[in-house]
Ligand binder design. Structure first.
Ligand code: GTP
Ligand code: GTP
Ligand code: MG
Ligand code: MG
Lengths: 275, 290
């Protein structure tokens, strides 16, 4: 789009196609383009480079809402890692465990997926490979009870961060969302700080907004980890999610290995969307 | 809903007298919006709206007492036409039928492999599952557990090359006179040339009669490019769309169908192994329209 030499009607059409095919969504795209057209009419944007810069600014601004540190000062703090089936939670828990351990924290992993076949085994293998402590339960065990025990253990053994992997779930299933609320309640009643990270697959379409909203309503939302950004999907649904829920994106998953995790950089993310 | 929005559009337009071609354009804007919000690919939507426009500017809509309903009817018919007839699993030829499940990471391949095996078993068939994902931690164990749950044998090895594993599984299926071999492969990006090459080699090694793309129904615009690449690189014979027990509209079904021409064969509708259903184009069209 930006290789064109002048601001024609065609450029606006190409821009709309670029944003929509990046999963930015129709209404967010229309809001953004509306903003930019207004600026062009006022003469604030006159040529293609100005348009690109203006668009870049608009997109970054939407991602920078609600940015605050993911406070990890309490000891221990429980981090619930939640999200849709197959989004990348278990792999992300392993990556975060390694990340915080390298940052000097004492990390305890909790294999809170007691539902899916090999849910616990999958995290256990990562823990072994990374030299991380992991608490697991039997398949079919109550995940909330497992968390209760893990908290007691974390306190007794002086862990800073308790990273809890949870079973994948569809946000329209009320009983499953209630289970997450119950897990958070258990930690809070133990006077433990709880943070919730939502894991969102970068290739998710407009359903990502409903997902984020439902998880936030059930168990709070202190941050988002967007995974599989090493694929061709641009993750454009994040703009609507950030806009509507003010939830900051914290990390990005860039592959299937434990070190394929980077801290979210809005500038780099927007540059990639506009490529 | 779309029909509600179209009612509102035509009520407002109808108040000024007879409807004209320009008025249809406003209705088409709502149709386009609905399809894009349902994650149908931008270019597929353009083609669809053009086809709807060609039909909607006739008397079918302009002289109808219920123009909104007429537009919905036309859109629904176009969607059903594009979604096509549900496909069946390949049959005929010397057993075993070899089915490969392929797709992006986390789309539901391993779960769908077990579901397909159970589905076949209930039809009196004798399937074998092959755990050809040696990369993901506990992937083999995951399929082993699902095999035990469904009482379907699983060919699993402690380590190794997916091509060799698949070949050995075929050998086992043949010597046990089994009807179907279902190969669960590792999730992969369609841009990973090495791993896409691996799929080509597995397919050739076992002469697969079915290659099913397992796609998450919540996938957005990228569904088009992903399906296209899997199809041109490996050759697909069918699609399984998963996680339809959620509230994603599933517009990816249209994009995938449009770009590959490959039939939708099954729908995944839950985490339980019984949660697999045949695909009904009529129901899918209604779901996408929202
Ligand atoms: N390419 C890529 N693959 C990823 C990334 N994160 C996770 N994956 C892969 O996605 C697949 C699913 O990951 P999991 O960690 O099992 O996902 P999950 O959310 O725990 O899945 P459920 O517990 O079954 O809901 C695996 O094949 C992972 O290797 C990423 O950032 N990039
Ligand atoms: N609700 C629901 N969940 C599903 C469905 N199909 C699969 N899942 C879940 O989606 C998650 C991922 O499923 P897997 O079968 O592990 O996916 P996969 O494609 O084999 O993943 P990789 O091997 O890592 O690429 C699991 O939590 C499954 O239980 C479905 O139809 N509905
Ligand atoms: Mg998991
Ligand atoms: Mg798998």
């Amino acid at each position: 789009v930006f290789s064109k030499s002048e601001l024609s009607a065609e450029v606006w059409d190409d821009l709309e196609e670029m944003l929509i095919t990046a999963d930015v969504g129709v209404s967010t795209t229309e809001n953004i383009l509306g903003e930019l057209r207004g600026r062009e009419r006022k003469g604030q944007i006159r040529e293609i480079d100005g348009l690109r810069e203006g668009l870049h600014q608009e997109l970054v601004a939407r991602l920078n809402q609600g940015i605050s540190a993911l406070a990890l000062d309490d000891q221990p703090v429980v981090i619930l890692v939640v999200g849709f089936n197959g989004a990348g939670k278990t792999t992300t828990v392993a990556k975060l465990g390694r990340y915080w351990q390298q940052a000097g924290k004492r990390v305890l992993l909790v294999a809170g997926d007691t539902f899916r076949a090999a849910g616990g085994e999958q995290l256990n293998i990562w823990a072994e490979r990374l030299g991380l402590q992991c608490i697991a339960g039997q398949r079919g065990a109550d995940a909330a009870a497992l968390l209760f025990d893990a908290i007691a253990s974390a306190r007794a053994r002086g862990f800073d961060v308790v990273l809890v992997d949870t079973a994948g779930r569809i946000h329209t299933k009320t009983n499953l969302m209630d289970e997450l609320g119950k897990m958070r309640g258990i930690a809070q009643r133990q006077q433990i700080e709880v943070r919730t990270l939502l894991v969102l697959d970068a290739s998710t379409g407009q359903n990502g907004i409903a997902q984020a909203r439902a998880f936030r309503d059930a168990v709070g939302l202190d941050g988002i980890v967007v995974t599989k950004l090493d694929g061709t999907a641009k993750g454009g649904v994040l703009f609507a999610v950030a806009d509507e829920l003010g939830a900051p994106v914290r990390f990005v998953g860039t592959g299937e290995q434990p070190d394929d995790l980077v801290v979210f950089d809005p500038e780099a993310f927007v540059t990639a969307v506009l490529e | 809903t779309l029909s509600g929005k179209l009612q509102a559009v035509f009520e407002r337009l109808g108040q000024k007298g007879k409807l004209g071609e320009k008025d249809v354009e406003e209705a088409l804007r709502e149709v386009r919006l609905a399809l894009l919000e349902a994650d149908v690919h931008f270019r597929v939507v353009r083609g669809l709206v053009d086809r709807v426009r060609a039909r909607a500017i006739g008397s079918e809509v302009l002289q109808s007492l219920t123009p909104a309903q007429q537009v919905i009817k036309i859109v629904h018919e176009e969607l059903v036409g594009l979604l096509g007839e549900p496909g069946k699993l390949a049959s005929g030829g010397a057993p075993p039928q070899v089915i490969m499940l392929v797709g992006l990471q986390g789309s539901g391949k391993t779960t769908s492999a077990a579901k397909l095996a159970l589905h076949l078993k209930k039809q009196g068939q004798r399937p074998l599952l092959a755990a050809a994902d040696p990369y993901r931690p506990a992937a083999v164990e995951q399929l082993r557990i699902l095999g035990r749950q469904t009482e379907v044998p699983v060919h699993a090895e402690s380590a190794g090359d997916p091509v060799a594993i698949s070949r050995a599984a075929l050998q086992e299926a043949r010597s046990n006179h089994l009807s179907h071999l279902i190969i669960d492969t590792a999730g992969r990006l369609q841009t990973d040339n090495a791993l896409m090459g691996e799929l080509q080699r597995i397919k050739a090694a076992v002469s697969a009669t079915e290659v099913l793309l397992v796609a998450d129904s919540t996938i957005g615009q990228e569904a088009l490019r992903v399906a296209e690449t899997f199809h041109t690189t490996v050759g697909l014979t069918g699609i399984i769309l998963t996680k339809l027990d959620g509230d994603a509209r599933g517009g990816a079904a249209l994009s995938v169908r449009e770009v590959t021409g490959v039939p939708l064969k099954f729908l995944g509708t839950g985490e339980m192994l019984e949660a697999i259903e045949p695909f009904y184009p009529d129901r899918m069209a209604s779901r996408i329209l929202g």
